[in-house]
Ligand binder design. Structure first.
Ligand code: UFG
Length: 332
């Protein structure tokens, strides 16, 4: 039996592959390599280059490798891009997921784990958000993921498949052994941008808005280490394999840091002062989004890297490692 990881050549997917391979699982990666990198994939696993919407290919893989579970990471993830190009998101996230689920149903896959996002909540207050609040995604990205959540629930009610949905908060950091890290070209995420600025790859960076109703006026986010995030997937897979019910869970630590706090931490950890401008708000940004983490903790999740300095340190170390590669993904 094996586990099929879609998007396994991407940032989070490649960490999932490491987690599964370290646990002795047989893993197949399906990735079209548009944003992922072959060199990020652990050598112990098989890479198949292709699209998750290629139902024929997926059904063939399921049959050939006796796929018991699918962990679905492949998709597009940039909130502002989804506002400019919504159809890309409905295609890559919603339509493709629909096709993948169909292949899984046809192939008799037992369990499906889906990477969803805190963006399904939209604008919430300053308190940690629980899974069962009214969902009101503010961006096409959040909507494209929420539709997939709904599809999964409907499909699992009609077919013998259980699912786990994890709603990710702000994922950052890198594998503590430096086997993988955030390598996406043109990354827009705060910690990545800040460590790149510290390294001089960007002349300066901007804080998007400082007039939010938060303690220091900048946005608050729940930054979670990528290795803790993938360990939550492993736990969820174990839960489903033991006959556990389908479930939807936030994946964050339940505490937040402001943009200014993150920038200060990057300066402290790297020991480098860099230019930070305070600019206008970025469209679609909620003031604060922090995970209510009761559900995932009740499942027995024990995060190991809940420490912003440590997360930044690993992100910084990975960025320096990328500098040593001739094929370094482009910064901008
Ligand atoms: N930010 C800056 N300057 C930058 C980059 C980001 O000020 O150069 C700010 C943003 O405005 C935001 C915060 O830093 O307030 C975090 O921004 P990111 O782009 O790092 O992350 P987002 O919060 O926009 O989005 C991330 C994921 C989504 C997920 C969301 C849930 O990319 O997939 O977290 O909170 F849905």
């Amino acid at each position: 039996m094996s586990v099929l990881v879609t998007g396994g050549a991407g940032y989070i997917g490649s960490h999932m592959v490491l987690n599964l391979a370290d646990a002795g699982e047989t893993v197949i990666v399906l990735d079209n390599l548009t944003t992922g990198f072959e060199w990020l994939i652990d050598h112990r696993v098989k890479l198949v280059t292709g699209n998750v919407s290629d139902t024929q290919l997926v059904e063939k893989l399921i049959a050939e490798h006796d796929v018991e579970a699918v962990i679905h990471f492949a998709g597009s993830i940039v909130v502002p891009e989804s506002v400019e190009n919504p159809l890309k998101y409905y295609k890559n996230n919603t339509a493709s997921t629909r096709d993948l689920i169909e292949a899984c149903v046809n192939g008799g896959v037992k369990h499906f784990i889906f990477s969803s996002t805190a963006a399904v909540y939209g604008m919430v207050g300053l308190e940690p958000v629980a899974e069962d609040v009214l969902l009101n995604p503010a961006s096409p990205y959040g909507k494209s993921k929420l539709m997939s959540e709904w599809m999964l629930a409907d499909v699992a009610a009609a077919h013998p498949m259980t699912y786990g949905v994890l709603r990710y908060f702000n994922v950052a950091g890198a594998d503590p052994e430096m086997r993988s890290g955030q390598s996406t070209a043109g990354a827009t995420h705060l910690i990545k941008v800040a460590v790149q600025t510290a390294l001089g790859h960007r002349a300066k960076m901007s804080v998007f808005g400082d007039d939010y109703p938060t303690p220091d006026g900048t946005c608050v986010r729940d930054y979670i280490h990528v290795s803790d995030l993938v360990s939550a997937h492993a736990l969820l897979l174990d839960h489903l394999r033991k006959g556990g019910e389908s479930t939807t869970m936030n994946c964050g630590y339940g505490r937040g840091f402001s943009v200014d706090e993150v920038v200060r931490t990057v300066k402290a950890v790297t020991g480098i002062d860099f230019i930070v401008e305070h600019g206008p708000r970025r469209p679609g940004d909620p003031a604060s989004i922090v995970a209510g983490a009761d559900r995932i903790k009740a499942l027995g999740w024990q995060p190991k890297y809940d420490n912003l300095e440590g997360i930044v340190e690993m992100a910084y170390k990975w960025e320096k490692y990328l500098d040593t590669r001739n094929d370094r993904p482009s910064i901008l």
